[in-house]
Design a protein around this ligand. Sequence first.
Ligand code: 5RP
Length: 262
Amino acid sequence: MSGELSPIDKAKFVAAKRAADFVEDGMRVGLGTGSTAAWLVRCLGEMIREQGLRFKGVPTSARTAQLAREVGIEVVSLDDARWLDLTIDGADEFDGDLNLIKGGGGALLQEKIVATASDQMVVIADIGKEVETLGAFPLPVEVIPFGWRTTQALIEETLISMDVLGRSSTLRMNGSAPFVTDEGNHILDLHLNRIGNLRQLALVLNQMPGVVENGLFIDICDTVIIGFGDGRVELRDINEGTIEHDRLDFVESDNLFTDLAE
Ligand code: 5RP
């Protein structure tokens, strides 16, 4: 069954499966968005069915909310939960300090609010997401639709004085129409190639009128669980300074693989 999965999907799956062990009875858990987070949600659904795990999940997007309900997770809003024990989410890039670029799936705003409202953030990723310096992945910036072209021009102008290698940007599209986030906004993807000063860029972007939030997650992630296509996982804890290694078997015990292949 696992033979149907690409090495990257296997890597995402094992990272997600290992991260699911962080969830304990009674917790309030932020549920990320994206293909790796979808594996996590399915793993948690399996633990609910097979082990009787009970927790409340706060999704970071409408699509995660839908999947979470489908697999039997008790979904609550962040306003109901207020504060979370744990958030588990994917990332588009992470560096050695566990700073992240997120928002490839367009959910960065809710993802950042939820992760920031959590005691612990665990990122799950395949090894291909690790970089020395953030910025090869275009940085998503959520902007309000009103005057987005003006906001884009202002951002590009400002990037001239930032420590970045590129300063072009593109409006994210969904087919022939602009992509619309769950909050009704648009996304500008900044093609920076390399970001030399993360904090400065994040601060400057968020000060601009029209910018809602940027996809840089600085000092938010505590642990990264890196998956490999052969079943190995590596857990790096930035607070403890520890690195652990583990290996997970692909077990044909459930519908997870077949469900996702469909
Ligand atoms: C969504 C995100 C995702 O976590 C990020 O894009 C990674 O996605 P995937 O797990 O599909 O590679 O930030 O906004």
